[in-house]
Design a protein around this ligand. Structure first.
Ligand SMILES: *Cc1c(COP(=O)(O)O)cnc(C)c1O
Length: 370
């Protein structure tokens, strides 16, 4: 029996006393938002840490996604994955765009580039893939398609903080990438997000868009939104950044323990990392197949009986929510692998403060079912 509830994640918080000097600074200079000193410093430090050219901080990842689509003036149809958090597709509806769902690769659980071309129509203007669980998409294959059909690529990289692929940061692919710094993510500012952009001009447009469209005190050039990150959140980010390497290496350890502990359990497969050079161990998804005595939902229940709250990420598929289920691309036959993953994947608890004993309990419960 677990000693206390174990949730799928628990936010990382740096030592409280280390936050006090940041608060004192804010109280002293009375700059609370609007691109203050901590905001500027965090943008700079994140560029250095992540190895990207430009970052625009946002109030959350969803507003960042919505703004990224605005910045690139995306119209018509956008190809995306049904196997993600619902905000991915919602950002399209908020822009009056039509999502076109394409099935995922059964191994990586990312959008299958081989199926993208068939979904392109004269209305298609962009692809919105997700680096699911922080595993890099097939960025070269996706870029080739985008080049051939003159499409923009916006990566929902909400899971992919600090992930590196063969050529450096995964965030340097596509036209723009968005990050989420929500409490549940590897790096958090309580709420927060960002757009990563490759050049100063688009960064400037994004910064105007997130500040109502102002370019100076009296000039508004575009119907912008309020997407600004506050100084408190930016200060938290600066402090979190000091701990993020530690956080990721502890996550790596937990990932390794699960892989060792689960490897000989029949019917349980750890979802493979795709070929990222540096992972962030954001999630620990397993697949439960018919060689396991009970199905995914029964295991999910069984864990709950022991106060272990694993999560069925991503279930239901986005394409099954009522605002999407009527789309032609939401049909079951179109999304076979996404549906299998959605019915078989369970994300196990992974966060820096999980105790080794707690992790061992999770593994024991899963083993005991056999
Ligand atoms: C968390 C998440 C978002 C939304 O980010 P918020 O900061 O919570 O708005 C978008 N896409 C994916 C894939 C996510 O996991």
């Amino acid at each position: 029996m677990a000693t206390k509830p174990i949730y799928v994640t628990q936010p990382y918080l740096p030592p409280l006393e280390e936050f006090t000097p940041y608060l004192e600074q804010i109280w002293k200079n009375k700059i609370l938002t609007n691109g203050g000193p901590f905001h500027q410093q965090l943008e700079k430090e994140l560029c250095d840490y992540l190895g990207v050219k430009y970052i625009s901080l946002f109030t959350n990842g969803t507003i960042a996604l919505i703004t990224a689509l605005q910045a690139l003036k995306i119209t018509g149809e956008v190809i995306t994955t049904p196997y993600s958090f619902v905000a991915t597709a919602h950002s399209l509806l908020w822009n009056g765009l039509k999502p076109v769902f394409v099935d995922i690769d059964p191994l990586t659980l990312n959008i299958d580039p081989k199926k993208i071309e068939a979904a392109i129509t004269p209305q298609t203007t962009a692809i919105l893939p997700v680096h699911c669980y922080g595993n890099p998409c097939e960025v070269d294959a996706i870029q080739n398609i985008a080049d051939k059909f003159n499409l923009k690529v916006i990566y929902d990289a909400a899971h992919a903080f600090a992930v590196q692929c063969h050529c450096g940061s995964i965030l340097n692919h596509g036209n723009l990438s968005i990050l989420s710094f929500h409490a549940t993510k590897v790096f958090n500012t309580f709420e927060g997000g960002a757009i990563v952009s490759p050049d100063a001009k688009i960064k400037q447009q994004i910064d105007q868009l997130k500040n109502f469209g102002f370019i100076d005190e009296i000039t508004v050039v575009t119907p912008g939104i309020n997407g600004k990150m506050s100084e408190i959140n930016a200060a938290l980010g600066l402090l979190q950044l000091k701990y993020v390497d530690q956080v990721i290496s502890r996550r790596e350890e937990i990932d390794r323990n699960y892989r060792n502990g689960l490897k000989d359990i029949k019917g349980i497969t750890c979802v493979n990392k795709s070929k990222s050079e540096k992972s962030n161990y954001a999630y620990f998804p397993i697949m439960i197949d018919s060689d396991y005595p009970i199905n995914r939902d029964s295991l999910y229940q069984k864990l709950q009986e022991h106060e272990v709250y694993a999560r069925r990420y991503f279930f239901p598929l986005i394409s099954d929510f009522p605002m999407y289920s009527g789309l032609a691309s939401a049909k079951h036959v179109n999304l076979i692998h996404a549906r299998i993953a959605s019915n078989q994947v369970l994300c196990l608890p992974i966060y820096p403060n999980i105790l080794d004993e707690e992790q061992a309990q999770v593994i024991d419960i899963i083993r005991s079912v056999h």
